[in-house]
Design a protein around this ligand. Structure first.
Ligand code: HEC
Ligand code: HEC
Ligand code: HEC
Length: 233
């Protein structure tokens, strides 16, 4: 049976991030995990299927959204009762479908699992429960294979793209982000020596309820949490 690496990712990342964060700041576990109705990490739907995006009980503010599944895809995947059309550019193992959303509640059924999220006008004005958090994601320009900007990607003989692991930050993030600017933007962040190789320790690009796509609340990472904004926005 194929195993889904998200189990590893999720447990490993959460454990690791959590201990790093706690270790750096000496904060209690309760604070680090506070007020998060969804986690900035892939969701294990079943033994062989992970949901990367979107997340349940969240508020989205974009009307076109990628549904991304990894592993085995259940036969029935429904968005508001209609079958999701998978993008044929992708090889088996990664399933990407664009969801076109109208304002209001959205229902997703992935095999046995069924959940909701909501498209709102903005973070505050939406039809979901008040405590739902906004679902943030990295800006992703559309294109036949938008994933290859950050992931290893191999074109198979049949022309389909096999999406692999995340590339190193030097090959992914720093294609677009400017080193000097990144330095300044992290001047109030508690950093380890090799932090520039580990953007994903603190950020989750696909789904985060926290500002700057952070895995935990921004304050947990800062030297001085009273400083409102990262410099040089
Ligand atoms: C802007 C960069 C970026 C883009 C574009 C991007 N990803 Fe990711 N992706 C990431 C990062 C960062 C992670 C977190 C990896 C980790 O935690 O180690 C991730 C994780 C994942 C994971 C779960 C981890 C794994 O490999 O098992 C999957 C699946 C995934 N991405 C699929 C996609 C697909 C499909 C696309 C295109 C539709 C895409 N990604 C586009 C940055 C990106
Ligand atoms: C294809 C170009 C591109 C790549 C590759 C890319 N980014 Fe970005 N990123 C952008 C743009 C454009 C923005 C939005 C403008 C800005 O905030 O600078 C952005 C914004 C961000 C933000 C701020 C988001 C927010 O809500 O404030 C973070 C964090 C981030 N990127 C991290 C990463 C990481 C980590 C990687 C590597 C895994 C990465 N980016 C790869 C172009 C890119
Ligand atoms: C130790 C945790 C940590 C690591 C590692 C890390 N970041 Fe960040 N990042 C943060 C925090 C915290 C903020 C918000 C800083 C603030 O508000 O002062 C941030 C903010 C950002 C922003 C948004 C800045 C803005 O003002 O819009 C970008 C872009 C970004 N990080 C990219 C990256 C990239 C690329 C890497 C890897 C090279 C990386 N980060 C590694 C914690 C981290």
């Amino acid at each position: 049976m194929k195993s889904c690496p998200c189990v590893f990712n999720f447990v490993f990342c959460c454990g690791l991030i959590f201990s790093i964060v706690c270790w750096f700041s000496g904060i209690s576990g309760a604070y680090a995990q506070e007020a998060s109705s969804f986690h900035a990490a892939p969701v294990q739907l079943s033994e062989n299927t992970c949901l990367i995006a979107p997340h349940e009980n969240s508020v989205v503010v974009v009307s076109r959204l990628w549904l991304i599944l990894k592993g085995d895809v259940p036969e029935e995947v429904l968005h508001n009762g209609k079958p999701v059309k998978w993008d044929k550019h992708f090889a088996e193992g990664t399933y990407v479908g664009i969801l076109r959303l109208d304002l209001g509640m959205q229902n997703l059924k992935i095999g046995e699992r069924e959940f909701q999220f909501v498209l709102g006008r903005n973070e505050k004005d939406h039809a979901g429960p008040e405590e739902w958090q906004v679902y943030r994601l990295h800006n992703m320009k559309p294109g036949p294979n938008p994933c290859m900007r950050c992931h290893e990607s191999e074109k198979q003989e049949d022309g389909k793209a096999k999406i692999g692991a995340l590339m190193k930050p030097a090959e992914a993030c720093f294609k677009c982000h400017i080193m000097e600017k990144i330095d300044v933007q992290h001047s109030n962040t508690k950093l380890s020596g090799d932090w520039k190789e580990k953007c994903s320790d603190c950020h989750f690009i696909h789904a985060s309820p926290h500002k700057y796509l952070l895995r935990q609340q921004r304050e947990t990472y800062l030297k001085d949490p009273s400083i409102e904004e990262a410099p040089e926005k």
